[in-house]
Ligand binder design. Structure first.
Ligand SMILES: *Cc1c(COP(=O)(O)O)cnc(C)c1O
Length: 386
């Protein structure tokens, strides 16, 4: 009856719909589902953060509209955290913008720089809001395939010269969702050089910087000298502090890029609930012990899953970061079919790689968001069918 806009029509299809439906049906039938599909921490938010929200929510001053640009104290807390963690200095006035979760900022950012039919370089497979945000801004995603032969890093040499000149933005995300790949500093150096040369904005999504194993410490793109000329980096409290439902994150980096995103947002939202901003400060400045406990927990689950999959003859390398395992499936299967078979025959939910883009075909993603015993149970079920 009503005709959808061309932008909405050109959004990629939501491929998880079928699997969501099948999952709900299986649950309703009372089957014992092991859900490895969702990238959402199963552990609660640390108590000191909940307590800070509770206290702050009692103060009527916090019940009113917050400042669009976020509280100065929150911006200072973010600057302090970046300095301690990455030794990167940020000006809290001009180089930091709090967000209602980083997804919102990532999806709105292209509106500030994309004109009709401009290109944005988008990895594939990838987190869906990169492509979605570009399309909603009227731009065209140019896909950079992330393949095993190149360690799931984009191959910059393969981007045609004509596209380079027309690309307004490039998205990167390391540690990576869904492939769990990591990037070395030399990669950031190369990408920043490439972007500076082509006057392309580098959008770095660092959501998983604190979720790493075996002593590995991920870097920020902003650690590279000169990065602030081209980089905007997105970060979030969601994964580090088990706060996915709270909706709080930030963008930081180049001041012009930050103020452009602030301008877009001033037309769309009215800031983050002040009590939540105060809880965010508590999170960043409070005791950080739970971060290493969280990593130990996921590392144990990772070891159990990798050991189990290897015992099935599936060659899967243990990821050094993120809570995802990116698994090559047998040649004869399509990733959506394979996920359907896992659910049908083993009551296991996994995410089909195709849902993250066409280069995700041939893979499924399993998330380490269930207890270790359940992972072992999942492996035992897989052994019965493969
Ligand atoms: C979970 C995740 C985020 C964080 O999103 P929020 O909106 O901050 O909850 C960002 N990027 C990627 C790739 C993610 O997987």
């Amino acid at each position: 009856m009503f005709k959808l806009s061309k932008k909405i029509q050109s959004l990629p299809p939501y491929l998880f719909l079928e699997i969501d439906k099948a999952k709900r049906k299986a649950r309703a039938e009372g089957r014992d589902i092991i859900d490895l599909g969702i990238g959402d921490p199963d552990q609660p938010t640390p108590k000191y953060i909940i307590e800070a929200l509770y206290q702050a929510s009692q103060d009527p001053a916090n019940h009113r509209y917050a400042l669009d640009q976020g509280m100065p104290a929150l911006r200072r807390a973010i600057a302090g955290w970046y300095k301690r963690r990455f030794n990167v200095g940020l000006d809290p006035e001009t180089e930091i913008l709090p967000l209602i979760g980083s997804k919102e900022g990532i999806a709105h950012f292209p509106l500030a720089f994309i004109n009709n039919a401009d290109y944005a370089l988008v990895p594939d497979p990838s987190y869906p809001p990169y492509k979605g945000g570009v399309i909603l801004a009227g731009g065209r995603p140019y896909l950079m395939p992330l393949v095993a032969q190149n360690e799931f890093l984009p191959d910059l040499k393969k981007i045609p010269v004509g596209i380079r000149k027309k690309a307004k933005l490039m998205f990167i995300n390391y540690p990576n969702n869904p492939t769990s790949a990591t990037a070395q500093k030399s990669f950031y150096q190369d990408v920043i050089k490439f972007c500076a040369k082509n006057k392309t904005i580098l959008v770095s999504d660092l959501a998983y910087s604190e979720m790493a194993y075996d002593g590995y410490k991920p870097s920020s793109a902003l650690e590279i000298p000169g990065a602030k000329d081209t980089v905007i980096e997105f970060h979030s409290l969601s994964k580090t502090y088990n706060m996915t439902g709270w909706r709080i994150g930030w963008a930081c980096g180049n001041a012009q890029l930050i103020s452009a995103l602030a301008k877009v947002k001033s037309n769309i939202d009215s800031g983050i609930f002040s009590a939540l901003q105060l809880a965010g400060i508590a999170a960043l400045e409070g005791p950080q012990g739970h971060v290493s406990s969280m990593c130990n927990l996921y590392q144990g689950r990772r070891n159990a899953l990798i050991k189990g999959l290897n015992s099935l003859g599936w060659e899967v390398r243990p990821p050094q970061a993120t809570f995802y395992v990116w698994i090559r499936i047998p040649e004869k299967y399509d990733s959506i079919k394979f996920a359907a078979v896992l659910l049908e025959k083993a009551d296991i939910v996994a995410t089909p790689g195709l849902g993250f883009g066409k280069y995700g075909q041939g893979y499924i993603r399993m998330a380490l968001t269930v207890p270790e015993e359940r992972i072992k149970e999942a492996v035992a079920r897989l052994k019965k069918i493969f």
